[in-house]
Write a protein of this length. Structure first.
Ligand SMILES: Cc1ncc(COP(=O)(O)O)c(C=O)c1O
Length: 350
C-alpha cells in the first residue's frame, strides 16, 4: 500500500552529484554522515494538490500525529501556517502543547484520549479533546471546572472502525444530549474515521458515511448542531469527494505517502517530502550460500553484490525498514537486505 520511503544514497563516492556532495559534507561529523531531509517545497506542493481536490469552503486539517508522522511536526508547522492551514490534529495532548509552544494559535484536535491525571494540566492549552463516552466527558468537564475554564470537545463517533468512539445508536443520541448540557464543555465538532476509504467501490466507507450522516441528522432534529462535521482522511480526499463535509483531515498525502493503490497514486502529483541521504562505505561480491549480518539470518540464494551504507539516523527511523527500497542517483532501485541496529544498512545491488 505505502510507497517505500525514498532513500537516496551515493553509490560511488567519487562520482556524486554536486548537491549530494554538499549534503554529505555539511552532515559531518555529528550526524554520522547520513541525514533525513524534509523538503518544505514538496510540502507546499502537496498542500496545493490537496486544495485542488477540495470543494469551495472546505477546510483543511493537517494531521501531525506521531510528531508529524515522524517528519518533525514543529519544523513543518511554520510552512503549514504560512500556507494558510487553519486546523491541526495530533495524537497526544503533549504534542498539542509542543505546537502551542511553537506559536500555534489555531484549533488543535487531540485524536487520542488524555488520561485523567493529565487533564488539569492539559485543559490549560486550549486544545480540542475527543469525547467518546459520557464518563469521559464528565471527567474532562470536572477538570475544566476545577481550572475555571471551558473545554473544547469534539464528539467522536465509531461508525465502523471499532476504535474509540460512540456507537451509532439511540443511546448515543441521548449521551450526546447529556454532554451538550455540561456547562464547562464547548462542542466544536463531530467526526468519525474511515477504516476502508482506500477501496474504489466505497461500499464500506460509504456505509460509514451514511451512518455518520444519519446520526448527525437525528442530532439536528434534536436541536444539537456542531460548528464542524468532518470524516475524510487522505484516501477519502482522493476517492470520495462526497465525504468532504466542512473539513478534511489530511495525513498521508500531506507527506506525499500513498494512501491508495500504486496505479491510482501514480496519476496524482503528490511528492514524498522526506529523503534520507547516506553513502556506500563498501561494495563486495559474495557467493551463493553466504550468511550476511548478525546471526546469519540472511543467506544469499545466488552470487550477490552487497553495498554497506553508512549509519542511519535512528531516532527518525520509525518506519518499518522492510518497506524501504534504496534509490541511487540514476533512480535505480535496490532492495534492503537487512538493517543492523545502530550500525549499517546492507543493500542488495545488482
Ligand atoms: C482520526 C484520524 N483522522 C485522520 C487521520 C489521517 O489519516 P490519513 O493519514 O489517511 O490522511 C488519522 C490518521 O491516522 C486519524 O487517526
Amino acid at each position: 500500500m505505502y510507497e517505500p520511503a525514498r532513500l537516496c544514497f551515493i553509490l560511488d563516492n567519487f562520482d556524486v552529484l554536486e548537491k549530494w556532495k554538499g549534503m554529505i559534507d555539511c552532515m559531518e561529523p555529528w550526524m554520522g554522515r547520513t541525514a533525513a531531509v524534509v523538503d518544505l517545497g514538496m510540502l507546499k506542493n502537496n498542500l496545493a494538490e490537496i486544495r485542488k481536490k477540495l470543494k469551495p469552503g472546505v477546510e483543511l486539517m493537517a494531521v501531525l500525529k506521531g510528531d508529524g508522522y515522524r517528519h518533525g511536526a514543529e519544523g513543518l508547522y511554520p510552512t503549514l501556517k504560512a500556507c494558510g492551514v487553519t486546523n491541526y490534529a495530533v495524537a497526544l495532548w503533549s504534542e498539542g502543547v509542543a505546537l502551542r509552544e511553537h506559536g500555534a494559535t489555531e484549533p488543535i484536535l487531540v485524536l487520542g484520549d488524555t488520561r485523567d491525571y493529565d487533564l488539569d494540566e492539559a485543559v490549560r492549552y486550549n486544545l480540542d479533546f475527543p469525547v467518546f463516552s459520557v464518563e469521559y466527558a464528565k471527567t474532562v468537564a470536572e477538570a475544566a471546572k476545577r481550572q475555571g475554564r471551558k473545554q473544547n470537545i469534539q464528539i467522536k463517533l465509531d461508525t465502523g472502525m471499532s476504535r474509540i468512539g460512540f456507537p451509532d445508536n439511540d443511546e448515543t443520541l441521548e449521551a450526546i444530549k447529556e454532554i451538550s448540557q455540561m456547562e464547562s464543555l464547548n462542542m466544536t465538532g463531530i467526526f468519525t474515521h474511515f477504516a476502508r476509504a482506500d477501496e474504489y467501490d466505497h461500499k464500506s466507507a460509504g456505509k460509514q458515511l451514511d451512518r455518520f450522516l444519519r446520526m448527525t441528522e437525528k442530532l439536528k432534529e434534536m436541536g444539537i448542531t456542531f460548528p464542524k462535521y468532518h470524516v475524510a482522511n487522505s484516501p477519502a480526499i482522493l476517492l470520495m469527494p462526497d465525504s468532504q463535509l466542512d473539513m478534511v483531515r489530511a495525513g498521508d498525502i500531506l507527506y506525499g505517502l500513498n494512501p491508495i493503490d500504486e496505479e491510482g497514486f501514480k496519476k496524482e502529483n503528490f511528492k514524498e517530502i522526506l529523503s534520507w541521504y547516506t553513502y556506500v562505505v563498501m561494495v563486495k561480491e559474495v557467493p551463493t550460500g553466504t550468511e550476511v549480518g548478525y546471526g546469519g539470518t540472511f543467506v544469499t540464494k545466488r552470487p550477490t553484490k552487497i553495498a554497506t551504507t553508512a549509519r542511519m539516523l535512528l531516532h527518525k527511523l520509525s518506519l518499518n525498514l522492510q518497506r524501504i527500497l534504496f534509490r541511487d542517483k540514476h533512480d535505480h532501485i535496490f532492495p534492503l537486505i537487512l538493517h543492523c541496529p545502530t550500525y549499517n544498512v546492507l543493500v542488495n545491488i545488482f
